[in-house]
Design a protein around this ligand. Structure first.
Ligand SMILES: [Zn+2]
Length: 141
């Protein structure tokens, strides 16, 4: 009796699940795209940063070493003490103000080893702390 009831329920359930639920499918698909899209974007950000830094430095970058901020979509990784950052498709490094060392600044975009060399040695980041008349972008840091 009980077995018969369970079999009946299972049959009924599987039949229901097999039937396409057209009224909610577009909602489900949109929500799936949202959830998976977010994960894909963050994963892609890690892969992108790892590939760029590996190409510039010759160092293998472990994806788990890369920190990603979900809200602002910034990926960061530290290689031999140098902080690399990927934001809005642009790779840069983070350095502190050359005068006081207290404020942090993102370098100009880096797309080659020469760009990286400039960011490491030629570029002289200064914050508002040390250049009050610097343009407004510095105020973010
Ligand atoms: Zn300073």
């Amino acid at each position: 009796m009980a077995t018969h009831l369970i079999n009946s329920v299972q049959r009924h359930t599987s039949m229901r699940m097999a039937a396409p639920d057209t009224s909610n499918s577009w909602r489900t698909q949109a929500i799936d795209a949202f959830i998976h899209g977010k994960h894909d974007n963050l994963a892609a950000l890690r892969v992108d940063l790892a590939a760029r830094v590996a190409a510039l430095t010759g160092q293998p970058i472990a994806p788990e070493a890369i920190a990603v901020t979900r809200a602002s979509k910034i990926a960061r990784v530290v290689v031999d003490g140098v902080r690399f950052q990927l934001q809005n498709g642009e790779l840069s490094i983070l350095r502190t103000c050359v005068e006081c060392g207290l404020t942090t600044h993102a370098s100009p975009p880096i797309s080659s080893r020469a760009d990286l060399g400039y960011a490491l040695a030629g570029w002289q980041p200064r914050g508002n702390c040390c250049t009050p008349d610097e343009d407004e972008d510095w105020a973010l840091w």
